[in-house]
Structures are given as structure tokens and as C-alpha cells.
Design a binder for this molecule. Structure first.
Ligand SMILES: *Cc1c(COP(=O)(O)O)cnc(C)c1O
Length: 228
């Protein structure tokens, strides 16, 4: 299959999964994660009508976003990886949405740089569904406080929560956990109903569990080539 065929095939699978859950295809936002692939692939996907893209490393993403903007200025970038505070300034220049808000220091840096750039950003609070503190995402214990911190920054529009199913875990129970934790956020921010969950291996399960934003990479882009 070539890129266009893989893209169409994933779109069909999304439609089917939506229909099976009594949802409309429109209620699911597909973000194509293009990390480790060249700007040209993003341009090819944009030519097929795809305008939402995800990246997880600033250095790669900032260059790619600049190249793509010359051809498709309407492309939107979602930052989905762990975000170091010293990268915030750069990321905010191209990203319209941050999926990985996971600690107060990051919220404070976002607030500062958004103020400097007189800008606004959409955000998801990333949940850590594991007991491993070193993983990205906020623990359940700190979720309420972090939500309050995000809500104190009017320049961040909180859309909802983001989660990655743990390796070797059952995605259905992982996404159920995310959905439950999302209620903690919604008690403080009733409009933050979005759920960013589901990747190539599990997006159909995620859709069945209520995902509104799915982040699909390799099922569309093909395998990533990692340089060591
Ligand atoms: C790479 C990545 C994805 C996409 O992964 P695939 O398995 O290739 O679909 C989604 N979310 C995050 C946070 C990622 O880093």
C-alpha cells in the first residue's frame, strides 16, 4: 500500500469504528503523527486533505512546520511528546495544541511565553496511567491541582485529557481509566470533554471508549526509521 492507500484505509477504519459505537465520524479528530518522516510526507498528506499533524520533538518539528507552511499554511501542529520547559518558546511558534501538559512548572512556562508572544494555545493534560513516576503525564494524586493550575491561565484553552496506553496493558481498561480520570478534570472545567487517546495499535478501541482525538502514526506513515 502507498501513503494515500494507507491514509484512506485508516479513514475507513475510523468510520467503521465510529459507526459501531453509534458515533459520527466527524466527532473524531485524526491527528497524523509524522515524527521521523520528512516534510514532504506531510505535504503529500495535506494534498490529500489532512491538515492536523503531530510531532514529539521540537527540533524536528520546528523545521518541518516551517517547510510545510510554505506550501500549506493551514496545517495545524499538535505537540504530543514530553515537553521540556526550555523548548516551550519554540514550540509555541508553530503548535496550536499541546497534548502533554503534565506539571506545574510547564504550565508556568507556557503562561510566560504565551504572554510574551501575545498568543493562545489549546491544551490537554497528559495522564500517567502507570505507577512509574518517570513516565510522562500527571499522576491521579496531582491531577486536580494541575487542572486548577491550567485553568488559572486564560491563554490556555483546556480541551481535556490525553493518555497513552501502557505497553503490554489491555488498552480497553487503560482507556476506561483515562475516561474516569477525565471526570476529575470536568468537575473543574465542564467544557474540557475531549479525550486524546488511541494510536496505530489501538485507535479502534479508543474510539469505542470515547476518544475525540486519535494520534495515528505508523499505520499511515509506514514504519519510522530511527537514527540511533
Ligand atoms: C509516536 C506517537 C504516536 C503515534 O504512534 P503510532 O504507534 O506510530 O501510531 C501517538 N502518540 C504519541 C504521544 C507518540 O509519541
Amino acid at each position: 500500500m502507498d501513503l494515500a492507500e494507507r491514509y484512506r484505509s485508516v479513514q475507513e477504519r475510523i468510520s467503521k469504528a465510529a459507526t459501531n459505537s453509534g458515533r459520527t465520524t466527524d466527532s473524531i479528530n485524526l491527528i497524523v503523527v509524522t515524527k521521523n518522516h520528512p516534510a514532504q510526507m506531510v505535504i503529500d498528506l495535506a494534498a490529500l486533505g489532512q491538515l492536523e499533524f503531530g510531532e514529539n520533538r521540537d527540533q524536528e518539528a520546528s523545521q518541518k512546520a516551517a517547510e510545510v507552511a510554505k506550501v500549506f499554511p493551514s496545517a495545524h501542529w499538535h505537540f504530543v511528546g514530553q515537553l521540556q520547559t526550555n523548548k516551550v518558546k519554540s514550540v509555541l511558534r508553530y503548535a496550536s495544541t499541546i497534548h502533554s501538559i503534565d506539571r506545574p512548572s510547564l504550565v508556568r512556562e507556557l503562561a510566560k511565553q504565551l504572554e510574551n508572544q501575545d498568543a493562545q494555545v489549546d491544551g490537554f493534560i497528559e495522564l500517567n496511567l502507570t505507577s512509574d513516576e518517570n513516565r510522562g503525564g500527571v499522576s491521579e494524586a496531582n491531577l486536580k491541582a494541575l487542572t486548577e493550575e491550567v485553568l488559572s491561565v486564560p491563554r490556555i484553552t483546556l480541551l481535556g485529557v490525553m493518555a497513552v496506553a501502557g505497553l503490554g496493558e489491555d488498552p480497553e481498561s487503560e482507556f476506561e481509566k483515562a475516561r474516569q480520570l477525565s471526570e476529575v478534570v470536568r468537575q473543574l472545567a465542564p467544557s474540557a470533554t475531549a479525550l486524546s487517546m488511541g494510536m496505530s495499535e489501538d485507535f479502534e478501541v479508543a474510539i469505542a471508549m470515547g476518544a475525540t482525538h486519535i494520534r495515528v502514526g505508523s499505520a499511515i506513515t509506514g514504519p519510522r526509521e530511527y537514527s540511533a
